[in-house]
Structures are given as C-alpha cells and as structure tokens.
Design a protein around this ligand. Structure first.
Ligand code: PMV
Length: 309
C-alpha cells in the first residue's frame, strides 16, 4: 500500500457525440474529452489516522471515507483508492471544476480518473487509470460500458466499442459545440434500464433501432473526418429521434433541441443517458450566438471545440 498521494491530478469531462445507449449493446460510439475539466489537489492532514476527506464545492461534495456506507460517491472513491492500494487516512483532497455534475458530462468518471491518478501518479499507464476508474463507476452505473472512463483518462475524440481498445480519431478541423444543461437531474442506471426493457419487450423493433444508432455513429465518424458539420448535424438529429423512440429523451430535451435547430443549429441531440442532463448542438454560425439563446432563458450553456488529442 502507498501511504502518499501525488499533489495534483486532473481528468477530462466528456461529451458523447453519437452512440450513447447503443454502445451498451455492442454498437460503436463517438465521444470527446473536455480537457482539464476536474482538478484535484491533495494535502496531508495533521492527523495521519483521520479518514481521508474529499471536497468538491462546485458539486456539493464534502465527505470522508468513513462515510462509505451512506454516500455513493464516497463508496466509489473508496473503491478506487483501495483498488490502487492508496491511503484511506491522513489526506484531504480538494477539487475545482466548471462542469455540472450528474448531467451526462462524465463527472463521476472524471472524479474516479483524477483520483486514480492522485494515487498512481502521472506516469501510470492509461489502462491502469481506466481500470481503476471503472471499479468506481460500477458504484454509479452497475455495468458501465467504460466509455466515460476512457474519455476522462485519454481526452481527444474517441471511437469506442465495448470490450475493445478505443480508437483515437482525427478530425478535419475542430468541431464547435454548444452544450446545454437542462437543469433536470437523471439517473444513468434508470435510463439504461429503459433501453433494456424496450429490447426485451420489442426485440424485433428495438434491436434495429439500436443497430441504426451504431450506423449513425459510423457515418458521423466519416463526416468528422471530412469536416462536414452540416451532415454531422443531420446525423445528430436522427440519433436524437431514435433515442426518443427508445424512451430516453424527455419533453425538456426535445424542446431544447428544437430550439437549437430553430436558431440555425445544424443539428442537436441529447448527450449521455438522457431523461434530463444535457443536449449538445452543432452551431452553424458563431457558437456564442446560439449559446446566447439559452442564456437568455437562464440556462448555462457551454461553448466548446472538440479536437483530436
Ligand atoms: O452517465 P451518462 O449520462 O454519461 O451516460 C453514459 C452513457 C450510456 O451509454 C447511457 C451508458 C454507458 O455505460 O455507456
């Protein structure tokens, strides 16, 4: 067991471009990292026997590893630290971030990746960091596909197929996006269960929908490589409609997507598990102009440009 932590570590947040949910069922997905989204800093406590304390005020998190039985984030962090043979006493960890939590932007994977790096250090192989992160992700998701952990650790734009090493993609040029948090919280496991249910009840219908979402991800990869963001946006619209057919959209998400399109976006879709969380829109003009539409409603859109690592 290592009794020390490294002083700093960071991790990416993530935005799923195409392929959420269908990725759980073996289809490809495309996801991008939002660099340095979570920064953790470790300091020694005066009392080496005091339980490790973790505080991320932006996410309303402040817990000790003595609270693992009651606090899911504490349990996930405890599992990651134990997996990495790190210290469970004598340290405090403080986190800063500009990313909203529990909104499909990979906040849980960002914590578990950054925490694994605090224990394992900057030279740790990415595979070990991802493996440790997935141990923590299981507390939140049950059976995570692993996409969040891969993107949080690697950044860039990845093509991901469950059970296979991710492929780093190149883009003809950076893809501008406007990410709009709906302000509605959702639970990934509940959303994933909806798709399982659709597949059980209507296999002959839901299976082709899931497979089409995979084909959309493949087509999206080609459009990113070509730099044709108008066609990429059309694919985003199709993906959103099919995710709705599987039951994982919501009236709020549908409305936000329609609003983005009405203000000239090439396309818009839910991102992540759906049911709440965020939408992602592909602006046809300045991203800030599209963001202003949502800001005027009191929402807090985020303009990003995703690019290869
Ligand atoms: O937790 P979220 O909102 O980032 O969603 C994760 C993506 C899913 O495809 C819905 C689940 C998974 O494990 O891949």
């Amino acid at each position: 067991m290592s009794l020390a932590l490294h002083e700093h570590a960071s991790a990416c947040a993530k935005v799923i471009l195409l392929g959420e949910h269908s990725v759980v069922h073996g289809q490809p997905a495309l996801a991008a990292g939002l660099p340095e989204a979570l920064q953790l800093r470790a300091t020694r406590l005066d009392d080496p026997g005091a339980p490790l304390r973790c505080s991320i005020p932006a996410w309303d998190l402040d817990f000790t590893l003595a609270e693992v039985s009651t606090h899911p984030v504490a349990r996930a962090c405890g599992d990651v630290i134990s997996h990495c043979d790190g210290p469970i006493t004598g340290w405090r960890i403080d986190g800063t971030t500009a990313i909203v939590a529990r909104a499909g932007l990979g906040s849980s994977a960002a914590i578990t990746v950054a925490l694994a790096r605090l224990v394992l250090g900057p030279a740790a192989p990415i595979e070990s960091v991802v493996e440790a992160s997935i141990v923590g992700e299981r507390v939140f998701h049950g059976t995570p596909s692993g996409i969040d952990s891969e993107v949080a650790a690697r950044g860039g734009v990845l093509r991901f197929v469950r059970g296979q090493p991710p492929e780093a993609l190149t883009l003809a040029r950076p893809l501008p996006l406007v990410i709009v948090p709906s302000g509605v919280e959702r639970n990934t496991a509940d959303q994933v269960a909806k798709v399982h249910r659709a597949l059980e009840r209507w296999p002959a219908i839901a299976r082709p929908v899931v497979e089409t979402l995979g084909r959309i991800a493949n087509a999206g990869q080609e459009e990113l490589a070509r730099g044709d963001f108008a066609r990429f946006g059309e694919l985003a619209d199709m993906a959103h409609a099919l995710l709705g057919a599987l039951g994982v959209s919501s009236p709020v998400l549908d409305r936000l997507c329609a609003q983005a399109r009405a203000h000239g976006a090439f396309g818009a879709k839910l991102t992540g598990a759906g049911g709440g969380g965020c939408i992602v829109a592909v602006p046809s003009g300045p991203a800030e102009d599209l963001a202003a539409v949502f800001r005027a409603e009191g929402l807090q859109p985020l303009c990003v440009e995703v690019r290869a690592a």
